[in-house]
Write a protein that binds this ligand. Structure first.
Ligand SMILES: Cc1ncc(COP(=O)(O)O)c(C=O)c1O
Length: 434
C-alpha cells in the first residue's frame, strides 16, 4: 500500500494526515472536506529555496496561487518567504487581504483588464508579466495616466510543449499565451517596451507546461531563451536581469508517476543557465520559478462520505460520493487520475474494483475509474489523495452544491481555513424577479 504525501495509518488502523485521524476530521468538519498537511507545503517551499541558496544563485520562488488561493494559503507562502504569482484581480485581492508584501507579487494573464492593471499599479506590485501587444498599449496608457513606471517581464512561447515525459518542439507555438520566440514577435515587443519611459524591463518569462517529470524541457527552454538574450545584447543592448522559467514540476498522483525532487529540477536548471551565460558572455540573471502543484498538490486530500452504489452486471460497479466534479473537476476536464483508500480501513484487502462517481447530474462526473477497494459498509469514508492543487481553486457550484470546507493540519492541530459554503451563501447574490 502506498500512502501519498504525509498520510499514514494510525494505531487504530485509520488514515491519518499531519498526525490527525481523518475520521475525526470528517466528524468535526463534515464532508466533503479538503485537508492540507501544511508541514509538507513548508518542506517543499524550503527545498526549492534551499536549492537556489546552496548554489548562491539569486532567485525568487513564486507560489503559483492559481493552484490553491485562499487567505491562509497566501499567508503560509509569505511565512515561507515565497513570492506570489497571481493571474486575476481576484487572486491579487486575496493576496492583499492576506497582507502579502505586494513587491513580491507577479501578475500574469493573457487578458488582464484595465481595472486589474490599475489595481496592480496602485498597490505597487513587484512586476507585470506582459503577455501581448494589446497589453503593452493598455499598460502604457495606464502608466501615463498615473505618471508611474512599472517593472515588467515579457512572456514568451519558446516553441517547447512539455507534458509529463513528452516534450514537443514546435516551430511556432499555437498558444493563447505570450510572444512567439521564433517569428520576430518577441523582438517587436521588446523594442516597444524598451523604448517606453513607462517600463523597467526586468527580463523574460516562459511556462512550458505542467506535470513535467524531466528537466529536458526546462533546459531546452533556457537554451532557446539565452541564445536570444545573447542576440538581443548585440541588437537591442538589452540584458535580462531575470529569467523566469515558470512552473510545471510534476507530482505523484498515482503509482505510475515518478517525479524528481524539487532540488533536482532547480540544480539542473541552474547548471544549464550558468553554462549558457558563460558560453555567451552574459551576466547571470536571477532565476525565478513558479511552482503550483508541486507545493500544494500532494499535501492535500479530499474526504468524502460514500453513499449510493449501482451494479451494472458484467460491466462495472459505481460507488457515489457526496461530492464530485463540483469539488474536483480535473478528472472530467483532463482525464486526471487519482488514487484513493477507505479512510476508516486503509489497510483492508481490496476485494472488488469500483468506479467512483460524483453526485452531480452529469454522466461525466466521475472521480476515479476502476479503483480496487474492500467491501463497502455503512459510514465508510473515502480519502482521495493529492487533491491539493486545482481542486478547491477550480471548485464550482454546479447543481448548486455548496463548496466544501478547507482544513489545515500541522503537528496534530487542525485549523479551519475556509468555511463550508451554506445554502444561504449560494443564493446570496441572487435577486428576486420582483
Ligand atoms: C504561467 C504559469 N506559471 C506557473 C503555473 C503553475 O504550474 P504548476 O501548478 O503545474 O506548477 C502555471 C500553471 O498553469 C502557469 O500557467
Amino acid at each position: 500500500m502506498y500512502f501519498y504525501g504525509t498520510t499514514g495509518v494510525n494505531n487504530i488502523g485509520h488514515l491519518e494526515i499531519g498526525g490527525i485521524d481523518t475520521l475525526e476530521l470528517a466528524k468535526n468538519f463534515g464532508t466533503p472536506l479538503y485537508v492540507y498537511d501544511t508541514a509538507l507545503i513548508r518542506e517543499r517551499a524550503r527545498s526549492f529555496k534551499k536549492a537556489f541558496e546552496e548554489q548562491q544563485v539569486r532567485a525568487q520562488v513564486a507560489y503559483a496561487s492559481k493552484a490553491f488561493s485562499t487567505i491562509a494559503m497566501v499567508q503560509l507562502a509569505e511565512e515561507e518567504g515565497l513570492s506570489l504569482d497571481v493571474v486575476s484581480g481576484g487572486e491579487l485581492y486575496t493576496a492583499m487581504a492576506a497582507g502579502f508584501p505586494t513587491e513580491r507579487i507577479h501578475f500574469h494573464g493573457n487578458n488582464k483588464s484595465k481595472e486589474e492593471l490599475e489595481m496592480a499599479l496602485e498597490h505597487k506590485i513587484g512586476c507585470i508579466v506582459i503577455d501581448n501587444f494589446y497589453e503593452i498599449e493598455l499598460l502604457k496608457t495606464i502608466c501615463q495616466e498615473k505618471t508611474t513606471k512599472v517593472n515588467v517581464l515579457l512572456r514568451v512561447t519558446p516553441g517547447i510543449e512539455a507534458h509529463t515525459h513528452d516534450y514537443i518542439l514546435t516551430g511556432q507555438e499555437d498558444s493563447k499565451f505570450g510572444f512567439d520566440l521564433q517569428n520576430g514577435q518577441v523582438e517587436a515587443a521588446l523594442t516597444e517596451v524598451l523604448s517606453s519611459e513607462y517600463f523597467n524591463v526586468l527580463g523574460i518569462h516562459c511556462h512550458i507546461g505542467s506535470q513535467i517529470f524531466e528537466t529536458t524541457g526546462f533546459l531546452l527552454a533556457a537554451q532557446k531563451i539565452v541564445e536570444k538574450l545573447a542576440e538581443w545584447k548585440e541588437t537591442l543592448s538589452f540584458e535580462a536581469k531575470v529569467l523566469n522559467l515558470g512552473g510545471g514540476f510534476g507530482i505523484r498522483y498515482t503509482k505510475e508517476d515518478e517525479p524528481i525532487p524539487p532540488a533536482q529540477y532547480v540544480s539542473e536548471i541552474i547548471k544549464e543557465v550558468k553554462q549558457l551565460v558563460e558560453q555567451f558572455s552574459l551576466t547571470m540573471p536571477e532565476i525565478w520559478i513558479e511552482p503550483g502543484r508541486s507545493l500544494v498538490g500532494d499535501a492535500g486530500i479530499t474526504l468524502y462520505k460514500i453513499g449510493s452504489a449501482k451494479d451494472v452486471p458484467e460491466v462495472r460497479k459505481y460507488l457515489a460520493v457526496d461530492g464530485g466534479m463540483s469539488d474536483n473537476i480535473r478528472p472530467a476536464l483532463y482525464q486526471a487520475k487519482y488514487e484513493a483508500v477507505l479512510a476508516n480501513k486503509p489497510l483492508a484487502v481490496s476485494t472488488q474494483t469500483v468506479s467512483i462517481a460524483g453526485k452531480c447530474c452529469e454522466s461525466g462526473d466521475m472521480l476515479i475509474w476502476d479503483l480496487p477497494l474492500p467491501e463497502i459498509e455503512e459510514d465508510d469514508l473515502l480519502a482521495v489523495f493529492c487533491t491539493g492543487a486545482y481542486g478547491y481553486s477550480m471548485a464550482n457550484n454546479y447543481n448548486r452544491i455548496p463548496r466544501p470546507a478547507v482544513v489545515f493540519v500541522e503537528n496534530g492541530i487542525a485549523t479551519l481555513v475556509v468555511k463550508r459554503e451554506t445554502y444561504e451563501d449560494l443564493i446570496q447574490l441572487d435577486l428576486p424577479l420582483k
